[in-house]
Design a binder for this molecule. Structure first.
Ligand code: PNS
Length: 163
């Protein structure tokens, strides 16, 4: 059984991520979308909230599982019998960062973890979780960036932060 991991911050998941998830789910028997528990960043949504959001957003795709992890991706992948990491590439600006991570993971894992890149569909190439958060924080329209229930949750977060 071919299992792959799609790691990321997903704070929050966007239509760009969901496009990658849907396409990658057709390439592997199981795709585990896993939220990095990164103690350094201060996220909008907690890891538990992001896992819940991802579960809801992917509930129609039967071979997608949602999880979270801490520490090195290579250790998490080895522990869960996953030998491929999936990442989305939006533009050339992503490339250097992604290449470095992919090569580091391959080296550190002694070839056990390889990375497959999916180029983001053109209509989502401009999207990033950070820009979606910035737009939402100023009350802008994010209906074309994230699912409706996510937009609602973001609005609630920002409303609560000004009260
Ligand atoms: O969505 P992001 O924040 O761009 O995802 C980055 C992620 C989670 C893929 C990357 O930071 C990661 O895998 N971190 C786990 C720690 C690790 O394994 N680091 C070694 C590679 S440099």
């Amino acid at each position: 059984m071919k299992r792959a991991v799609y790691p990321g911050s997903f704070d929050p998941v966007t239509f760009g991520h969901l496009d990658v998830i849907r396409r990658a789910s057709e390439m592997f028997d199981v795709l585990v979308v896993s939220v990095l528990n990164n103690k350094v960043k201060s996220p909008l949504f907690s890891v538990e909230e992001r896992v819940k959001i991802l579960k809801e957003a992917t509930k129609e795709i039967p071979n997608v599982q949602v999880d979270s992890f801490s520490g090195l991706l290579i250790n998490y992948a080895a522990d869960h019998n996953m030998h491929v990491a999936v990442r989305g590439l939006r533009a050339i600006t992503d490339f250097e960062y992604e290449l470095q991570i992919a090569q580091t993971n391959r080296k550190l894992s002694k070839g056990a973890l390889d990375t497959v890149f999916l180029t983001t569909s053109l209509e989502y190439a401009y999207l990033s979780s950070s820009s979606v958060k910035e737009i939402a924080s100023f009350g802008g329209d994010i209906s074309e960036c994230v699912p409706e229930f996510v937009a609602k949750l973001m609005k609630e977060k920002y409303r609560a932060s000004v009260l």
